[in-house]
Design a protein around this ligand. Structure first.
Ligand code: HMG
Ligand code: MG
Length: 315
């Protein structure tokens, strides 16, 4: 392919930590983000401005983004569900004189089924799109990048196999709102490579593949295979979580995202190159990511679940 460069979006600080039971100190979250940026990661989802009643773990995001380092050439995104979340972000940005600004990107999210969307945000797909449209416009007007997520792009924990034409329509609606990228989420992690390929081919009928990203949870152990199916389909942006952290609070039983270390290892010596900053010598430093995966897992009282992370540490 003409473009072999793969972008990694590190979602560990948000998708990874949002599902943890215990309280994670602000300084641990801050150190996680700083370490990721210093390993060469160029896209970091730092937290979310959602209701703390719904997702208590993300309650400290304001403090986190005020305290983290802000390296050049790194995009620091926050997840925002509605106008209130955006207002909270804007008031923080207005109070701060940081250059570059604390955050230069929001992610907005909806789903391919009404049942999941209700569980996650208390609205239907149509209502959520109507709510998000002015949120996206206001963020764009303020010079922020806007990224969109379509959850349950393959299977839904409440309504089963998903109709990929719905994924396509919702992805198109997000693209029309000005999202520079739409991340297709296998929230439950039930996807298989053939299903991922089929879903992507359907979405490509309405949204250019350059605007698509893949977001795979690893519940059934297929996430790395699904990453390669997405790459074969032309996708060049992959969401991943260091140490394989995570899960979704509204997707019972779902495990973490594909581990960033596992994706980096699998892309090693392949036809692809991984994009990264000068801190990772132009890519993302796998050895540093393995250390970060172990460090954060131990902070959470367990071992890293990244297979590459475990093997590299043992060798
Ligand atoms: P609601 O209860 O319908 O909201 O929740 P509401 O507008 O009726 O407000 C209820 C209360 O929440 C009010 O406070 C609001 O002020 C407050 P009260 O008057 O009761 O004291 N509130 C907020 N507070 C802080 N920040 C806000 C905010 N909005 C309202 N932004 C709502 C609707 C969308 C707020 C709620 O459902 C919510 O926060 N949901 C977020 C759920 C979430 O974060 N899920 C995980 C992220 S998505 C994901 O993980 C999937 C992804 O990884 C991709 C994939 O894997 O598929 C992205
Ligand atoms: Mg997710």
């Amino acid at each position: 392919p003409a473009n072999n460069l793969v972008n990694i979006v590190e979602v560990g600080p948000r998708d990874g930590l949002q599902n943890e039971k215990g309280v994670i100190p602000i300084e641990v979250k801050v150190e996680l983000i700083n370490r990721l940026a210093r390993a060469g990661v160029q896209n970091i989802e730092t937290g979310s401005f959602v209701s703390p009643k719904w997702v208590p773990q993300m309650g400290g995001t304001s403090e986190v983004i005020q305290q983290m380092e802000r390296l050049p050439n790194v995009h620091y995104a926050v997840l925002v569900p509605n106008q209130k979340g955006l207002d909270n972000l804007f008031s923080l940005l207005s109070q701060s004189t940081a250059k570059p600004p604390l955050s230069d990107e929001i992610s907005i999210f909806t789903a391919a089924t009404d049942a999941f969307n209700r569980a996650n945000t208390n609205t239907t797909i149509a209502e959520s799109l109507a709510r998000l449209e002015p949120v996206a416009r206001a963020a764009l007007d303020r010079g922020l990048r806007v990224r969109g997520y379509v959850s349950v792009a393959i299977a839904c924990p409440y309504s089963g196999q998903v109709d990929y034409s719905r994924v396509r329509e919702v992805a198109k609606a997000l693209a029309d709102m000005g999202c520079y990228e739409i991340s297709l989420g296998d929230t439950v992690g039930k996807g298989t490579p053939d299903k991922v390929s089929e879903m992507i081919e359907e979405v490509k009928k309405s949204v250019p593949v350059e605007k698509l990203a893949g977001h795979f949870h690893d519940t059934y152990g297929t996430a790395v295979a699904n990453v390669f199916a997405a790459l074969a389909g032309g996708i060049r942006t992959i969401d991943a979580s260091v140490g394989g952290l995570g899960g979704c609070p509204y997707s019972p039983g779902a495990t973490g995202n594909v581990a960033t270390e596992d994706v980096l290892y699998a892309l090693h010596d392949s036809q692809y190159k991984v994009a990264g900053s000068e801190f990772g010598n132009g890519t993302i430093d796998l050895a540093k990511m393995v250390d970060i995966g172990w460090w954060i897992s131990e902070k959470l009282g367990r071992e890293s679940v990244s297979r590459a992370g475990r093997a590299i540490r043992a060798s």
